[in-house]
Design a protein around this ligand. Sequence first.
Ligand code: SAM
Ligand code: SF4
Length: 326
Amino acid sequence: MQQLTDPFGRSIEYVRLSVTDRCDLRCFYCMPKGFNDFEAPEHWLSFAEIERVIGAFARLGTRRVRITGGEPLVRKDLPALAARLHALPGIEDLSLSTNAVQLARHAGPLKAAGVQRLNVSLDTPDPQRFRDITGGKLAKVIDGLTAARDAGFSPIKINMVVMKGVNDSDVEAMVEFCIEHGFTLRFIETMPMGDTGREANAHYLPLDVVRERLERHYELVPGVMPGGGPARYLRVAGSELRIGFITPLSQHFCETCNRVRLSVDGTLYLCLGQDHKFELRPLLRSGITDAALDEAIRQAIALKPERHEFNDKPGQVVRFMSMTGG
Ligand code: SAM
Ligand code: SF4
């Protein structure tokens, strides 16, 4: 089997696929309020183009694909794309990151299409705070989560960006919420991506502070979670709840980074925290052969930088998270 390896010896086996840069929420740490400068539809990769690129990655050893955005559920007919990706030889793990606002409608079709795992962003269980952070309605997210559980998704991981003075007081309530509903909880540190991310970074809270605070209320024991991502897991003793800590700033995990990101316009981003990129759309639209596409992807992987520099150069990344595909 072929294997993509970057200049630092890391196997690249995971693609995060952004199917849109649009979103039906406006989380203040991600997308600027009133932002409207979205990618033109003629620049969006079509489903056939996405299928070709992911097919090429699969030939080169990629086994895992996560569909993300922007908000992936705003892309029309997403379950049809999911079914096409699921059918690609070699793709063994298809997952989705969503804000769940439209999940109530889509959970069943997505499950039927072959999406195996679901990550849902939820920063607070409090309706007013949810509105303050995202501009949206919490009730829709709760409906979406319920539908996902009813459709048979398991585990469902909840991602919470923890911000000092914004939602850090909700950490215990989120633990209780996830115990009650049988979800896995993952805390995430803010990242200084774009002006929005830097605004969030003013509320940066290292997650060891959160862990110490939780240890006053709960007994935390080592836990494991299959999936190979960057989260380190603990389990709340006496419950099934596993809690993951994703610490891109306080303990970066670049040395084991196994992923690249494909944005909606066909740009491969080699690192969330750097500008290294490779444009695939012009090649796809000028009739590139499969063999040349594979070679182009190898060239792109050779550009992958060693590490992000969020700590040393927090002003560096101008694109915000929803543009790259978080
Ligand atoms: N819309 C979907 C969602 O919210 O799950 C998928 C895309 S969103 C960009 C993916 C993840 O990026 C979310 O969990 C979100 O909380 C996170 N994110 C966005 N901006 C961030 C920032 N500045 N720092 C840390 N995480 C961020
Ligand atoms: Fe939308 Fe997700 Fe960004 Fe929130 S984090 S604005 S839901 S893309």
